[in-house]
Design a protein around this ligand. Structure first.
Ligand code: 26W
Length: 765
């Protein structure tokens, strides 16, 4: 595409004039953002071709954690540098759009994975479209008050949603037992990296069927319509902020049905318009279910196909070819189950289809004690998904193995051929080219640009590792300076880029063990204060995490770490040795700044609990060593980079099972006085605890009932030992070489590889 900077600016100016009555020199930030986006869309969508004929995959997901689109889209369109120059020519800086809100329509790993896969599929030329919900409010915004987490609504369209396009004509009606609502789609283009491919993300918004009924209003029934309107819009009001815990809220069930019913009605209607025979739907479509949240798609498609004249048997056989299911967690509390009575009240026709599936299962001769969909009036969504899907996949090798041998062992015994592993990946465009342009440039200089779309090329970097060291050190340093400046501005804490940046960023969950990290900081702190530790390499401990608003222990960990930060950062005696910061409102944009500036990537979940992890891959790609357990994708990271280039500790999956049988954590604190002192700060008045939160954390470790379920204290000693080793190694040439070897070995973790595996092994595209 030929880019003409002058014309581009004229176009923006014209849009500013017609839309806002302003000009290039006087427009406000948000006006400029809208105009820029519109100008880009005109440039690239004007001659958009209809997608090629042939099979497409629809990725059904309750979450798409897209982050900020403006820079990523410009990059993929090959316009980022041009747009920067054009803006510079009128004395403006493209960075002014760093204040554009993230589209945080997701909680964490699962939602961000969906976003990476959309981008990678477009880049790989794979026909994949996303379908989800256009939440009015995304994941809450987090602030700290007195060290406690506070939540606020996330008005992500505050500056408009210029990438989204309302497609009124594709609206459908979604029916619940008590009311019907209108589903209106908003489409956002998904651009492949410099290849002209444009896939689609379709997010549904709920609206009243009849916007405002004047006749009812005149007949004094106005209140009823207002209520109806409120109920309709409410469905898409807000993203549920739970990550890994099922809450059986009816509104959540409505959201799930709303999304899949709208998407499938839309797809079925489209197929009919094209004159396709619905009996051959599998020739044109397949559906990827992103965890259990969209699994109602199965009974809904059964229902729709029968409405179109297919028999149950025909519809069922088709569904078995079209649906596939990805599991993202083995935690029992995350596996969705719905009360059969509640579901049948809200969605009687859908419930009838689920019952038919259960009957089918029994007539297939499956042992109802082991394989069931409905039992004791509870509907098990994962089981429904496994039973009907063609393929079921886990998201890292160790995770898929656990699915086969434990979580879904009874199903694996019946359908071994259904189970496949697809190890997660991340898009190297956002997570290297965009967030770490200096590193990307150094790599370009040595192996060319092919790696932008083929990350396996990174193996060719290995011979350059030594020669690249000085440049790598220098650019890492600049990234640390930039992060420190940002943290100073946003958190008010001063960090020296000379310090080691030890980072743990991810959702707050007990199994991820931020508490283990926190206790180790106190352990070091007391060691320094008592003179037991004489030399301690200056280290900044950085945290970023949101806790589900109702997750008490997770919130307690945030309070604990904030109190530790206060204690440490105000103690002059240690100010040349340690600093602690918990950044507020960790999100995709913050991650981009943090990932390129980290020296240590903390991936310390209890072995067996983290399905994969994807931040571990982001850090690796940016040249950061992993301090972690043998869990999730860490296992494969070690395999690719060599365990000697990571810092591994802790009980393995096999050991965890054995330890848990006769575990007595109190013995561990009693034999380690400094650890005991760190744990006791939770109850000895070191920190204020008006709400009794810290006390409960203490009890979660040491009470009689299921103490320390996540083996924090069990893994503590080895964690500290390995961390000390890492801190000692830091700064040596050998250490820097480890960082570079991580980059060279990161090829496997490109989402490009993941989506190609999906396309080959599952979607048959
Ligand atoms: C029903 C509530 C609920 C909400 C979200 C249950 C489960 C979830 C997600 C499955 C949680 C999640 O995001 N899991 C993460 O998925 C990532 C992408 O595969 C993995 O890398 C992480 O290890 C996994 O925790």
């Amino acid at each position: 595409m030929k880019f003409d900077g002058k014309r581009f600016l004229e176009e923006i100016d014209a849009i500013l004039g017609t839309e806002f009555g302003t000009t290039l020199s006087s427009a406000e930030e948000k006006e400029m953002y809208v105009a820029l986006t519109k100008a880009v869309k005109r440039l690239v969508l004007a001659d958009r071709k209809a997608p090629a004929e042939g099979k497409r995959c629809a990725y059904f997901s309750a979450e798409f954690l897209m982050g900020r689109s403006i820079f990523a889209n410009l990059l993929n369109l090959g316009l980022l540098d041009d747009a920067r120059k054009a803006f510079a020519s009128i004395g403006q800086n493209l960075n002014r759009f760093e204040d554009v809100e993230d589209a945080a329509l997701g909680n964490g790993g699962l939602g961000r994975l969906a976003a990476c896969y959309l981008e990678s599929a477009a880049t790989m030329g794979i026909p994949l479209d996303g379908y989800g919900i256009r939440y009015r409010y995304g994941l809450f915004k987090q602030t700290f008050e007195d060290g406690y987490q506070h939540e606020e609504g996330d008005d992500w369209t505050k500056w408009g949603d210029p990438w989204g396009m309302r497609v009124e004509r594709d609206s459908v009606i979604v029916e619940f037992a008590d009311r019907s609502v209108k589903a209106v789609p908003y489409d956002a283009p998904v651009f492949g990296y410099r290849n002209g491919v444009i896939n689609n993300l379709r997010l549904w918004s709920s609206e009243p069927v009849q916007p405002f009924d004047f006749s009812a209003f005149n007949e004094m029934k106005g209140e009823h319509t207002a209520e109806e309107n409120f109920a309709a819009t409410k469905i898409c009001d807000v993203l549920y902020p739970n990550d890994n815990t099922m809450v059986g809220k009816m509104l959540r069930l409505r959201q799930q049905y709303f999304m899949v019913s709208a998407s499938l009605q839309d797809i079925v209607r489209g197929e009919k318009r094209k004159g396709h025979d619905l009996r051959e739907l599998d020739r044109y479509f397949c559906f990827q279910l992103n965890d259990t949240h969209p699994v109602l798609a199965i009974p809904e498609l059964l229902r729709l196909l029968q409405k179109e004249g297919l028999s149950f048997e025909e519809a069922f056989a088709l569904c078995r070819k079209c649906f596939n299911f990805t599991n993202h967690t083995i935690m029992a509390e995350a596996l969705e189950k719905w009360d059969a009575l509640a579901l049948s009240d809200l969605l009687p026709d859908v419930y009838a289809q689920i019952v038919r599936c259960q009957q089918q299962l029994e007539s297939d001769g499956l042992d109802p004690a082991r394989c069931f969909i409905i039992r004791d009036n509870v509907i098990h969504m994962a089981n429904l998904a496994i039973y009907v899907s063609a393929k079921v996949n886990g998201v890292a090798r160790i995770h898929t193995d656990i699915l086969k041998t434990e979580t879904f062992a009874d199903w694996y015994a019946v359908y071994p051929e259904k189970f496949v592993n697809i190890t997660n990946g991340i898009t190297p465009r956002r997570w290297l080219l965009l967030n770490n342009p200096e590193l990307a440039h150094e790599i370009d200089l040595r192996i060319g640009e092919e790696w932008h779309t083929d990350l396996t090329q990174f193996r060719r970097l290995t011979p350059f590792a030594d020669e690249m060291l000085p440049a790598f050190r220098a650019l890492k340093r600049r990234n640390k300076e930039r992060l420190a400046a940002y943290i100073k501005e946003h958190e008010g804490v001063e960090l020296s880029p000379d310090f080691i940046f030890d980072v743990q960023v991810k959702r707050l969950h007990e199994y991820k063990r931020q508490l283990l990290n926190a206790l180790s900081i106190l352990y070091f702190y007391f060691g320094i204060k008592d003179g037991e530790i004489e030399e301690f390499p200056p280290t900044a401990f950085l945290f970023g995490a949101k806790a589900a608003p109702g997750y008490y222990n997770a919130k307690a960990v945030i309070k604990f770490i904030n109190e530790i930060a206060k204690l440490v950062n105000s103690d002059e005696e240690v100010s040349d040795k340690m600093k602690v910061v918990f950044v507020q409102n960790y999100n995709v944009s913050y991650a981009e700044k943090i990932v390129c500036a980290a020296d240590i990537s903390e991936q310390i979940s209890l072995a067996g609990m983290e399905a994969s992890g994807t931040s571990n891959m982001k850090f690796m790609l940016n040249g950061t060593v992993t301090l972690g357990t043998m869990d999730g994708a860490n296992v494969e990271i070690c395999e690719e980079a060599g365990a000697e280039n990571e810092y591994i500790f802790g009980a393995t999956v096999e050991e965890v099972a054995a330890v848990k049988r006769f575990y007595c954590p109190r013995e561990l604190t009693e034999t380690n006085p400094r650890l005991k002192r760190a744990v006791e700060t939770l109850v000895d008045g070191t920190f204020p605890d008006e709400k009794g939160m810290l006390k409960r954390l203490h009890d979660s470790l040491l009470s009689d009932y299921q103490p320390d379920r996540y083996l924090v204290l069990y893994d503590f000693a080895e964690y500290v030992r390995v961390k000390e080793e890492l801190l000692r190694d830091y700064g040596t040439e050998e250490f820097d070489r480890k960082c570079l070897f991580n980059i060279c070995a990161a090829g496997k973790f490109s989402a490009d590889r993941s989506v190609k595996e999906y396309a080959e092994l599952i979607w048959n595209l």
